[in-house]
Design a protein around this ligand. Structure first.
Ligand code: ADP
Ligand code: ADP
Ligand code: ZN
Length: 214
């Protein structure tokens, strides 16, 4: 099963993608996580990506596409995957279709987690990320057992630099301009499924399971 998660920054793509990956036993591939790991390790790619990410801008397509296509060609992707944060532009979607088409494959579902902009600013202010493993929490909606400490690895939680309100506003603008057109793209392809992302995490997941099947 090949799944794409669509939605604004903070809509809950990552939260749901992790749950999908666990239930259907497929890898969760997050381009944001890949870039953050590269930044942490000080790679050339990380250095390049950081200049865009810090400004709330998208990393250029040419730095993203090959990276994702290489990842999808790895062995663990044979049975499918859930892509979180890719594609984010029409050229990325076309590149993905092209790469899959060569292998006689296609995307099965594009799931749009729909959350209005007003909710997003609040969501992002409460999002906390682990400096160690990248796990994501929310102060109110998905709290850790011990405040400020990751449940998974015990390291410290931070507010991501790009989750500060000014950058979130910028990222929302970028989303509307460059990523939202993908809704039409996948509607035309006949695989778009929309879920209400404003309800509880478990209820959003149930709506997704209803689409994907038990
Ligand atoms: P969120 O899910 O909160 O939108 P991500 O972790 O997916 O954030 O992405 C963080 C940043 O990484 C983005 O703002 C962007 O700069 C960069 N990024 C991630 N995925 C892509 C992509 N497919 N194309 C371009 N830039 C990307
Ligand atoms: P994205 O990957 O789309 O940027 P995340 O999955 O990181 O979004 O979620 C953004 C923030 O909102 C996180 O702090 C997360 O814990 C929280 N969150 C996710 N889904 C919900 C929900 N249905 N209701 C309330 N908060 C949520
Ligand atoms: Zn952690």
């Amino acid at each position: 099963m090949k799944i794409i998660m669509l939605g604004a920054p903070g809509a809950g793509k990552g939260t749901q993608a992790k749950k999908i990956a666990a239930k259907y036993n497929i890898p969760h591939i997050s381009t944001g996580d890949i870039f953050r790991a590269n930044i942490k390790n000080g790679t050339e790619l990380g250095k390049k990506a950081k200049t865009y990410m810090d400004q709330g801008l998208l990393v250029p397509d040419e730095l993203v596409v090959d990276l994702v296509v290489d990842r999808l060609n790895q062995d663990d992707c044979k049975e499918g995957y859930v892509l979180d944060g890719f594609p984010r532009t029409i050229p990325q979607a076309e590149a993905l279709d092209g790469a899959l088409g060569k292998l006689g494959q296609k995307v099965d579902f594009a799931i749009d987690v729909d959350v209005p902009d007003e909710n997003i600013i609040h969501r992002m202010g409460g999002r906390r990320a682990c400096v160690g493993c990248g796990a994501t929490y929310h102060l109110e909606h998905a709290p850790t057992k011990v405040e400020g400490i990751c449940d998974m690895c015990g390291q410290e939680l931070i507010l991501r630099d790009d989750d500060k309100p000014e950058t979130v506003k910028k990222r929302l603008g970028v989303y509307h301009e460059q990523t939202k057109p993908l809704i039409n793209y996948y509607t035309t392809a006949g695989i778009l499924k929309t879920v209400d992302g404003t309800v509880d995490i478990e209820d959003v997941f149930q709506a997704i399971v209803n689409i994907l099947g038990e």
